[in-house]
Design a protein around this ligand. Structure first.
Ligand SMILES: Nc1ncnc2c1ncn2[C@@H]1O[C@H](COP(=O)(O)OP(=O)(O)OP(=O)(O)O)[C@@H](O)[C@H]1O
Ligand SMILES: [Mg+2]
Length: 258
């Protein structure tokens, strides 16, 4: 198993009187996102409680926006989002301990010169000493067959290798919710199969935007976003064929939809 870090660092979530009492991990209430005057997302009510949730939709439909709202990188123009009992507008500092995130573009995520430093960073943020963090980062890389990458410059890695490091950096800190924005898009098929199998075996909740329908078919729930609104929300067996039918019609024309 990928994860070996103790959980001593985990902070108890700050009490939120309006947080849902039920088991729901994420609640959206009357959420609207506008950029300048353009509305890009509108979700009146949404409760995300299943362990495996996929987000699909055409380019520009709002998948990344929804994920960014969940980790507090983006605040809604109206409404509120509560994740693991934390209102994202009030508890931005506490969110990273609960919510891990893999960016759609690895270059937006990787900030340290070397692979080892990149993975160790999240561990030191959670209270490990520099030496402990380095040791755990090396152990994680070794478990994934990339021990020799520890001192490599992240900017010399290929796109797929960078994506793998982003996923490992997120897994290293054992957040309780894993948000991934098209995490496997640049990975070769063997790496994708290994990682998706490992990730699917993890106990944490996973919410991922993806166009990988083979992966999403194994999920508990799939949400189809269309122009910033939820068009269909249900089991993969219901939502994936409906989206395929839409894509077949839209793809038959000459104009790109996004
Ligand atoms: N910073 C921004 N400023 C203005 N508009 C933005 C900004 N970020 C996103 N948008 C707009 O919001 C809409 C939703 O974008 P988003 O990135 O969430 O889509 P997506 O479903 O993730 O698309 P893709 O499949 O291409 O990744 C798009 O129309 C996009 O142009
Ligand atoms: Mg996106």
């Amino acid at each position: 198993m990928v994860l070996g870090m103790s959980r001593v660092w985990r902070r108890a979530p700050a009490a939120d009187p309006l947080a849902p009492a039920a088991t729901a991990r994420t609640i959206f209430e009357h959420v609207v996102v506008r950029h300048a005057d353009r509305q890009v997302l509108a979700i009146p009510a949404l409760c995300l409680d299943e362990r495996r949730i996929g987000l699909i939709g055409d380019n520009g439909s709002g998948k990344s926006t929804l994920l960014r709202l969940m980790n507090g990188l983006l605040l809604p123009t109206c409404g509120r989002i509560v994740v693991a009992g934390l209102d994202t507008a009030k508890h931005r500092k506490e969110l990273p301990a609960e919510v891990g995130f893999v960016f759609q573009n690895p270059d937006h995520q990787l900030i340290f010169p070397t692979v080892g430093e990149e993975i160790a960073f999240g561990l030191t943020e959670r209270g490990l000493s520099a030496a402990q963090a380095r040791q755990q980062a090396l152990a994680l890389l070794e478990r994934h067959g990339c021990a020799e990458w520890a001192d490599r410059n992240v900017h010399e890695l290929s796109g797929g290798q960078k994506q793998l490091i982003c996923i490992l950096a997120m897994l290293a800190t054992e957040p309780s919710i894993l948000l991934m924005d098209e995490p496997f898009a640049s990975l070769d098929l063997p790496t994708r199969l290994v990682l998706s199998r490992r990730i699917m075996a993890l106990p944490q909740q996973i919410v991922t935007a993806s166009h990988d329908f083979d992966l999403l078919a194994e999920f508990d729930r799939v949400i189809w976003l269309d122009a910033g609104r939820i068009r269909l929300d249900g089991r993969p067996a219901e939502v994936l064929p409906a989206y395929r039918a839409h894509a077949a019609i839209a793809g038959a024309g000459d104009v790109v939809t996004s």
